[in-house]
Unconditional design. Structure first.
Length: 120
């Protein structure tokens, strides 16, 4: 009977260990399920944030393209240098107005009339 009691004691010990392992396994499984839910939620949040970032990047890209198109409409330094060359060549400060031309003509006619009268 000693052997039988010893076997029963060992069996109870094994059953007890099995029960503890089963309880630990249930806890581990529950923790894994909880972590899986947290990870799934975090993945959804990250996915949403990635979509927002992509949307923002598209808007930034569109804005940069618009700025780039606008910059193409601006004059370049070379264009200004060509204009400067022509302005310096023409020198608009020396242009005369219509009134000045008429006055000069009038003055010249007046001088011609007086010189003709003097030479007669």
């Amino acid at each position: 009977m000693d052997g039988q009691e010893d076997s029963l004691e060992r069996l109870r010990l094994i059953e007890s260990r099995y029960g503890m392992l089963r309880d630990r396994m249930i806890i581990v499984n529950q923790n894994m399920i909880d972590e899986y839910k947290k990870l799934s939620q975090n993945i959804k949040i990250l996915d949403s944030e990635i979509k927002d970032v992509k949307k923002d990047m598209i808007q930034i890209k569109d804005a940069l393209n618009a700025v780039s198109r606008e910059l193409k409409n601006f004059s370049k330094v070379e264009d200004f240098k060509v204009l400067e060359k022509y302005i310096n060549f023409w020198n608009p400060l020396k242009f005369v107005t219509e009134e000045e031309v008429l006055r000069i003509i009038k003055d010249k006619r007046g001088v011609e009339h007086t010189t003709r009268r003097k030479s007669r």
